[in-house]
Design a protein around this ligand. Structure first.
Ligand code: GLU
Length: 424
């Protein structure tokens, strides 16, 4: 008998509601370990912090920050920090839970955690951004650490922000603790290949899924939603493999080109002006038109809840690669499965980032750094092994790749939970 959580009211398509229904779907496949499943339906620890800073104009501003450690049965918490005006505790809880599933799915020795600040970083000066980052790090400093919980970049955070986090934590403990965050600049204990790792993982899993579907990447039509670190890198790798990127959407709008967008021009322009800045290279269309564009592969690489039931009904894609965390709502998952559209779920598809974060953390501890080839070879091997195992599980039990990923991951997590036992 367990009481419901009082501090969150999930709805069917909200991030935590989506996560809970994904867990419910795996329960019949857990056997006796199902006894422990409630562990996954509540975070181990959630911290809400006030982040006050003095703005450049002398006023005082307050922001709300979070760090949620969902599960640590298999190792320290691991997961990014997101700066976004819509961040909520509920969203960070779901993102932390997806990290638990993700690290277990690729068998990294971590649990899952996530952090966020409810702030629009585009409205802050560089100095204000640094103050917000440092105060937030100091506030969550009581629960993070190289052996307890290791933050990393996520939406709107980058290597510079990780450098400030590392420095703040280090100042507070009186040393230099490079292993407290990953995704750092190269000369501060960062790893080669980390920036491109998430997009690369999307490509590696997508290439294998396409091969198994008999879908030739040469000439394949791809639509990408979200053109940051994940979407743009995945798009470039698919284009190198011969695919055509026919539509891209970001926060500025949607651009399409039936012959394929010229990424060498689009990527740099999008960094400053968004994708609509590349008007000369395609047609700007209404955002909703993105979802029924004729394509073979759809890559949602923006935020949660984007692939709704209506959009799942109209997509022409045969393959969906979830670059974002939680982009597909459960109802849409069912519609895609009925329509025979294969979904490579977020918790495996975008696990390349945390995998190279793991390499970075290992390199920091040994103070010995690997070359980029070694990183990429190891990344490809881990992603392929994980995907093959999940595919076999899906075939054996006739379940979707998502439920198969949850089955593999939850078995690892709950086995660790059971073996460790309850304390006291
Ligand atoms: N934010 C990324 C994710 O959602 C990476 C997390 C990490 O490297 O710890 O997987």
């Amino acid at each position: 008998m367990s009481e419901k959580l009082s501090f969150v009211t999930p709805t069917a398509n909200s991030p935590w509601g989506t996560y809970l229904s994904q867990v419910d779907r795996v329960v019949p496949h857990l056997g006796p370990l199902a006894r422990w499943v409630e562990t996954l339906k509540r975070p181990k620890r959630a911290l809400i912090v006030d982040v006050p800073i003095e703005m450049d104009d002398g006023t005082i501003a307050h922001f709300e920050g979070y760090r949620v450690q969902h599960n640590m049965s298999r190792g320290p918490g691991k997961g990014g920090v997101r700066f976004h005006p819509d961040v909520t505790l509920e969203e960070v809880m779901a993102l932390s839970a997806w990290m638990t599933i993700k690290t277990a799915a690729v068998n990294l020795p971590y649990g899952g955690a996530k952090g966020g600040i409810r702030v629009d970083p585009k409205k802050l000066s560089l100095q204000e951004l640094e103050k917000v980052t440092r105060r937030y790090t100091s506030e969550i400093g009581i629960i993070i650490g190289p052996h307890t919980d290791i933050p990393a970049p996520d939406v709107n955070t980058n290597a510079q922000i990780m450098a400030w986090m590392m420095d703040t934590y280090s100042m507070n403990v009186g040393g230099t603790a490079t292993g407290v965050v990953t995704g750092k600049p190269l000369h501060l204990g960062g790893s080669l290949g980390r920036v491109k790792a998430t997009g690369r993982g999307v490509f590696v899993t997508g290439r294998e899924a396409a091969r198994r579907l008999g879908l030739d990447l040469r000439g394949a039509r791809i639509a990408v939603q979200g053109f940051g670190n994940v979407g743009s890198v995945a798009a470039e790798l698919f284009a190198e493999a011969g695919a055509k990127i026919v539509a891209v959407q970001d926060h500025t709008g949607t651009i399409v080109n039936d012959k394929g967008l010229d990424l060498a021009k689009l990527v740099p322009i999008s960094r400053t002006d968004g994708v609509v800045g590349f008007k000369a290279g395609g047609d700007i269309v209404p955002n909703e038109d993105f979802w029924d564009i004729a394509c073979d592969i759809l890559i949602p690489a923006a935020l949660e809840g984007q692939l709704t039931a209506d959009r799942a009904k109209k997509t022409t894609a045969k393959l969906v690669l979830e670059g974002a965390n939680g982009p597909t709502v459960p109802q849409a998952d069912d519609i895609l499965a009925e329509r025979g559209v294969l979904v490579v779920p977020d918790v495996i598809c975008n696990a390349g980032g945390v995998t190279v974060s793991y390499f970075e953390w290992v390199q920091d501890f040994s103070s010995f750094f690997w070359d980029e080839d070694e990183i990429n070879v190891r990344l490809d091997r881990i992603m392929m092994n994980a995907l093959n195992q999940i595919w076999d599980t899906a075939d054996k039990h006739k379940i979707t790749l998502r439920t198969a990923t949850y089955a593999v991951a939850c078995e690892r997590i709950l086995m660790a939970r059971q073996e460790r036992g309850l304390y006291p």
